[in-house]
Design a protein around this ligand. Structure first.
Ligand code: ATR
Length: 505
């Protein structure tokens, strides 16, 4: 189930948030501690208001009552006696389906009284512990305490900081018997626990009306719509195949949106999850435990992932980067779809493909970093004669020699980036590929080749995709050149990756 956590100042604003999210939610949690005036009568009326919203035809969303103390990450500013009074009045009037009660109340007389009251009125108890700082040492013991009563739903919300922490949480949910329970990893590292809670056998996942971290009810919340539509939360089952992206940071990545949409369009029972990874060893144990089938790999792991692979395609080692991992029968195969992603738009621009299409071509590559390697590999393998121009020519020299040796191609000519390189570029001017970060947002007026005047016959290809039209490209286009923006490569490498993922399902 998807639960919308309500954290507005007033109940009417909360109800407004419910109205906007009705299509994607099964439950709402009224956070009484966030109300500016927590009037017990108004709180007690809330379930009735909720039921009215759906006009009585369908059952409306179920409701959880929560009054969170500051020590548990809440905002309740009144006394504990007042808190218990609000809970007690709202519960005794019935209507709430669930009551969130903290673990330390389990053994106090007030806590026991409240729990009895709830049970007698048919309200189920969610027994919770929160830790916004990190992972408690005694996690397993804590979970056992939370799970003491069969009729309660244990809720453990902690903050994993490392890949090893996430592994502990994943282990906890997989190694404890199936039951209705809520195990949440808060924050970026814990994000997979939220979006794949159903796949992992969790009872529900919490969401906020806004995913803006300044407004969201808890770290890592997304909107109910993102859970329902991007991650297809309600369609997840233990059989759903898990794919993902590893990077650090990774939550900003557009890949989950892209690949989950692809799975939806192809009607595949699969979900694609972002994993913020600081430790590949720990992550790959998690990958085994979650039966992850395929991965996109992004910064900073494209190189570091290579020792974790059982086999690689012919480009991974010479390029020194792997951006795709396919896992079948426990074997990890590393690919680099950047090579194909780079070539396809170029072949489309030329209108032909294969070595013949590149016969006699002389090209310039600007830059000698990670992105340049896939380009140099692709072009040298096709027999293109290359000139590499870089701010640090020694780096270009080393890269050129290494890749030429790996593919058995001709060693590239190298020059330092600057006006002295203009004549070499002209000689290698069938194609100019820009691979540096110069001209990327926000420095959109920068142009690494400002000293070079395009003749008009060059194909100008920029790997930068934000902005789509860089200064380098607009200058080339103005001179009459054919231009290829970085968005083309980005889309092609993602498409190639999606095809691989689809193939192994
Ligand atoms: P990426 O993986 O994105 O290619 P990288 O490995 O850091 O990133 O490589 C960045 C490339 O952009 C390098 O070729 C770098 O030149 P150096 O090898 O001399 O470092 C180039 N680059 C970055 N900033 C630059 C600048 N201000 N002027 C010229 N080249 C620059």
């Amino acid at each position: 189930m998807i639960c919308l956590t309500l954290t507005r100042d007033t109940i009417s604003d909360d109800l407004e948030d419910v109205r906007h999210n009705l299509d994607w939610i099964d439950l709402v949690e009224l956070r009484v501690d966030r109300l500016s005036n927590p009037d017990p009568d108004a709180v007690a009326r809330f379930p009735g208001e909720l039921a009215k919203m759906t006009g009585g035809e369908n059952a409306g969303p179920a409701s959880i009552l929560t009054v969170r103390r500051p020590a548990d990450g809440g905002s309740w500013s009144g006394s504990e006696a007042d808190r218990l009074a609000v809970l007690s009045q709202s519960i005794s009037e019935g209507g709430f389906d669930y009551l969130d009660l903290e673990l330390d109340l389990a053994e106090t007389p007030d806590g026991r009284r409240l729990a009895e009251l709830a049970r007698s009125g048919g309200t189920r108890i969610i027994r919770s512990v929160h830790n916004f700082e990190g992972m408690p040492d005694d996690l397993a013991r804590l979970y056992e305490d939370l799970s003491a009563r069969e009729d309660e739903i244990p809720k453990l919300a902690v903050t994993p900081r490392t890949s090893a922490d996430l592994l502990v949480l994943v282990g906890l949910i997989l190694d404890t018997g199936p039951r209705e329970r809520i195990i949440i990893g808060m924050g970026a590292v814990g994000f997979p626990m939220r979006v794949a809670a159903r796949r992992l056998g969790g009872y529900l996942s919490y969401a906020s009306a806004s995913s803006n971290p300044d407004v969201a009810a808890a770290p890592g919340h997304v909107t109910p719509r993102v859970l329902a539509e991007t991650y297809r939360y309600r369609e997840q089952s233990p059989e759903t195949a898990v794919f993902g992206i590893i990077g650090n940071p990774v939550l900003h990545s557009g890949s989950p949106e892209y690949h989950n949409r692809h799975f939806l369009e192809k009607n595949l029972d699969a979900v694609y999850i972002p994993f913020q990874v600081d430790d590949l060893d720990a992550f790959f144990v998690t990958a085994v435990r979650l039966d992850i089938r395929g991965l996109s790999v992004t910064v900073p792991h494209k190189e570091g992932v290579i020792p974790h692979l059982d086999e690689t395609d012919e480009s991974v080692v010479p390029v020194g980067a792997c951006n795709t991992v396919l896992i079948t029968d426990g074997r990890r195969r590393g690919l680099n779809t950047d090579v194909a992603g780079f070539l396809l738009p170029l072949e489309r621009a030329i209108g032909a493909s294969g070595p013949e299409a590149f016969d006699g071509m002389r090209a310039t590559v600007i830059g000698a970093g990670g992105a340049a390697r896939a380009v140099v590999f692709a072009l040298l393998r096709l027999g293109v004669r290359l000139c590499i121009v870089n701010r640090t020519p020694e780096r270009a020299e080393r890269m050129g020699a290494e890749i030429a040796e790996a593919v058995g191609g001709e060693q590239p000519v190298v020059a330092e980036l600057g006006p002295d390189a203009a004549s070499l570029i002209e000689e290698h001017g069938s194609l100019i590929v820009q691979t540096t970060s110069v001209g990327m947002e926000p420095e959109v007026t920068a142009d690494p080749l400002a000293f070079y005047e395009f003749r008009g016959h060059e194909i100008a290809y920029d790997l930068i995709y934000a902005p789509e039209q860089t200064r380098f490209l607009t200058r080339a286009a103005a001179a009459g050149c054919l231009t290829i923006p970085g968005t083309s490569m980005f889309e092609e490498q993602a498409l190639a990756q999606a095809a691989h993922f689809e193939h192994i399902l």
